[in-house]
Design a protein around this ligand. Structure first.
Ligand code: TPP
Ligand code: SF4
Length: 465
């Protein structure tokens, strides 16, 4: 690909500070051909403004430099998981995951397989060059029996490493996919067929029909240690013996009504339908606040975070709650991050909280150093404070556990902590929302909701600060 004039690709590729008009692929690499076909299909169908590409880690990693559309860069093996999120969040988009055979067939097999099984509405373009190209030519699940790679220098031995994985054939066992096919880019005729199949994947996603998998056999001259023509011949003669080309499933001729597109409920539908709270409203005057809640599992620390997120939702703030569990059900460490904002939130992770709430010593020692200047740490008074918070961070020692015990409800220590957040106005949310959220968290046991509201008020007025 020396000159890139056609639509679908950028005209030049500004990589590593240089504005070049050639890709990073080796001469004769299948990725280069496939990248061009994908760009052409996307542009010819007029889908550039609707397409979200999910890029892999592998030799296809830089497609965001080449294809002129929206991109998400996924971690190695996770393109199908990221594509699931993208197609659910943007049902109107054409979502295309691009994955290598190490990426999809090895580390990422399960998330790709499960996405196919669920019939997620994205197309997966799966480039099978029979080995790990980017990392130097190691064996992949698709390596042929007897094929030499850097990790099978004497040829793949099925007795040690099994036989090649046939991804199309395995995915064909699933009910949900609407299209599964294998093509090749080893010669001109095959390239033309591959182009048609790629167009088909775009059309399926354009029409919202469901999950499509297109495997493309591709030469990797560098790691095959062959000239481009010999690598193409290997792809045609050897790879096709193991991986026959063909269409394994094509349900695209069925009228759409026969196969309704499975539609995932959005978060808003899942959580907001019952009480019909409208979606978040933008309010740039409301500053973003980031919280971290940490303690042992079973101390109600995740519910406390959820309560703040729920209070924010009731006020139509943008909010995210992000739990992190230790391996144990009870007694292990648990923490959650909550972000509340007047504008849409970029990331749910909280590295530097404005407010840190700690119910035990390990949590305090782990997170206290991260609190932002001007922030506040609320820590249960039983926690020995040997490490001081950073300069400019306020410390509130609060008798949450003791009060809960004195009130005869030891499990309500998290409600006692909420009292501290409310009393010292640390959330930016109204008292009414915090109370309503607390009561709502006991929806299944309404008597406990009112009881906790009462405990909250007692703790707030009774505690020494
Ligand atoms: C989690 C993780 N594990 C391993 C790697 C190293 N790694 C990068 S690319 C790659 C394999 C690439 O092979 P493939 O997916 O077949 O794509 P190709 O380069 O052949 O197109 C591996 C193992 C990584 N980046 N991240
Ligand atoms: S190493 Fe192989 S897959 Fe990677 S760019 Fe070169 S030829 Fe293509």
């Amino acid at each position: 690909m020396a000159t890139i004039e056609q639509k679908g690709m950028y005209r030049t590729f500004p990589r590593s500070g240089k504005d070049v008009s050639f890709t990073h692929y080796c001469p004769g690499c299948g990725h280069g051909i496939i990248n061009k076909l994908i760009a052409e299909a996307c542009a010819e169908l007029g889908l550039q403004d609707r397409t979200i590409f999910v890029d892999p880690v592998g030799c296809g990693v830089f497609t965001y430099y080449y294809w002129d559309a929206a991109h998400i860069s996924a971690a190695h093996g996770r393109a199908s998981a990221a594509a699931t999120g993208a197609c659910r969040a943007r049902p109107d988009a054409v979502t295309i995951a691009y994955q290598g055979d190490g990426d999809l067939g090895a580390i990422g097999f399960n998330n790709a397989f499960q996405a196919a099984s669920r019939g997620e509405r994205f197309g997966c373009i799966f480039v099978n060059n029979s080995l790990y190209g980017m990392t130097g030519g190691q064996m992949a699940p698709t390596t042929l029996d007897g094929e030499t790679t850097t990790t099978t220098p004497f040829g793949r031995d099925p007795a040690l490493t099994g036989h090649p994985l046939h991804v199309c054939e395995v995915f064909s066992q699933l009910k949900a996919p609407v299209y599964i096919a294998r093509v090749s880019v080893a010669d001109t005729r095959r390239i033309m067929q591959a182009k048609q199949a790629i167009r088909k994947v775009f059309e399926i996603e354009r029409d919202g029909r469901g999950y499509a998998l297109l495997e493309i056999l591709a030469p990797c001259p560098t790691n095959f240690k062959m000239s481009p023509d010999k690598a193409a011949a290997f792809c045609m003669n050897e790879m096709e013996k193991e991986f026959p080309l063909g269409v394994f499933r094509d349900e695209t001729r069925e009228p759409l009504a026969v196969r309704p597109v499975p539609r995932a409920a959005s978060c808003r539908e899942l959580f907001a339908e019952k009480d019909a709270v409208p979606a978040a409203a933008d309010d740039p005057a409301f500053p973003e606040r980031r919280f971290k809640f940490a303690g042992y599992g079973g101390q109600g620390i995740l519910s406390l975070g959820l309560c703040i997120a729920e209070a924010a939702r009731l006020e139509r703030r943008h909010t995210l709650w992000f739990p992190s569990y230790g391996p144990e059900q009870r007694g292990g460490s648990a923490n959650c991050s909550v972000v509340v904002s007047g504008t849409p939130i970029g990331s749910p992770t909280v590295e530097h909280p404005d407010v840190l709430v700690c119910m035990n010593r390990p949590a305090y020692e782990r997170f206290v150093g991260d609190v932002k200047k001007g922030g506040t740490v609320v820590v249960d008074e039983t926690v020995p404070v040997e490490v001081q918070p950073p300069e400019g961070v306020s410390l509130v020692r609060w008798p949450a556990i003791r009060m809960a015990e004195e009130f005869g409800v030891p499990k309500a220590a998290n409600t006692m902590m909420l009292a501290a957040l409310k009393k010292f106005k640390l959330t930016g949310l109204s008292d009414a929302s915090l109370e309503e959220a607390l009561v709502a968290s006991f929806r299944k046991k309404p008597e406990l909701g009112e009881k906790n509201r009462e405990l909250l008020r007692r703790a707030e007025s009774g505690a020494r600060s």
